[in-house]
Write a protein that binds this ligand. Structure first.
Ligand SMILES: Cc1cc2nc3c(=O)[nH]c(=O)nc-3n(C[C@H](O)[C@H](O)[C@H](O)COP(=O)(O)O)c2cc1C
Length: 188
């Protein structure tokens, strides 16, 4: 696969086959994601792998409930645009993928969002290079239930930055239309 082909095949996948993804592959992809640039080479990212769809459904339900409560408290919340879909009982924010990989890190670190996001980008490309599909699912990170956080192994001082659904795609969607980039100035 050329780099262009890889960029084209890394799409947000919302339809998954039910075949599991081997832990060996997941570990390889996590290793590759740690080649991402990161502030001070501190590599503060941490990973949680969930291969259990019942647990993923509970995370989906918890997150939907909390986002809907946030929208009820503040109708101007950014997530209001997803209200109708979030209200659907059958809507699983992880699209019934067989696996979820969460990238998280210590909330106190100034660059934690950038570091984990770069690891997530590398992870999603590593998955695409193996014919796997991913989708970064922000609608799945609103976990407030302390018992659930403990069960998932999320340390108290960490924020979940990137919940990534993972699995073999039933099909790879076309590239959603991109706007031309706004190059504000080229200074020679
Ligand atoms: C920070 C972030 C949050 C996202 N959250 C969601 C989400 O909750 N649900 C979803 O279906 N897609 C989510 N996406 C995927 C975007 O919708 C997707 O990247 C965008 O539509 C472009 O499509 P592409 O990834 O195929 O290029 C998210 C992507 C990013 C980077």
């Amino acid at each position: 696969m050329t780099f262009d082909e890889l960029l084209g095949s890394r799409r947000s996948v919302r339809n998954y086959r039910q075949d599991p993804v081997s832990q060996e592959l997941i570990t390889e992809m996590i290793n590759e994601s740690t080649l991402a640039p990161n502030a001070g080479n501190e590599q503060p990212w941490k990973f949680i792998v969930i291969n259990n769809q019942a647990v993923m459904k509970r995370i989906s339900d918890e997150s939907k409930r909390n986002i809907l409560a946030r929208i009820a408290a503040n109708p101007d919340d950014y997530a209001s645009r997803y209200k109708t879909i979030l209200e659907k009982e059958g809507y699983n924010v992880f699209y019934n993928a067989p696996c979820l990989v969460m990238i998280l890190g210590p909330a106190r670190l100034r660059n934690i969002y950038a570091d984990c996001t770069l690891a997530a980008a590398y992870f999603m490309l590593a998955a695409a290079s193996r014919g796997l599909g991913t989708c970064w699912v922000n609608l799945g990170r609103a976990i407030e239930d302390q018992e659930m956080l403990t069960e998932l192994g999320v340390p108290d001082d960490c924020d979940i930055i990137a919940p990534i659904a993972l699995g073999y795609p039933t099909q790879i969607p076309p590239v959603p239309k991109r706007k031309p980039p706004e190059i504000l100035k080229i200074i020679d």
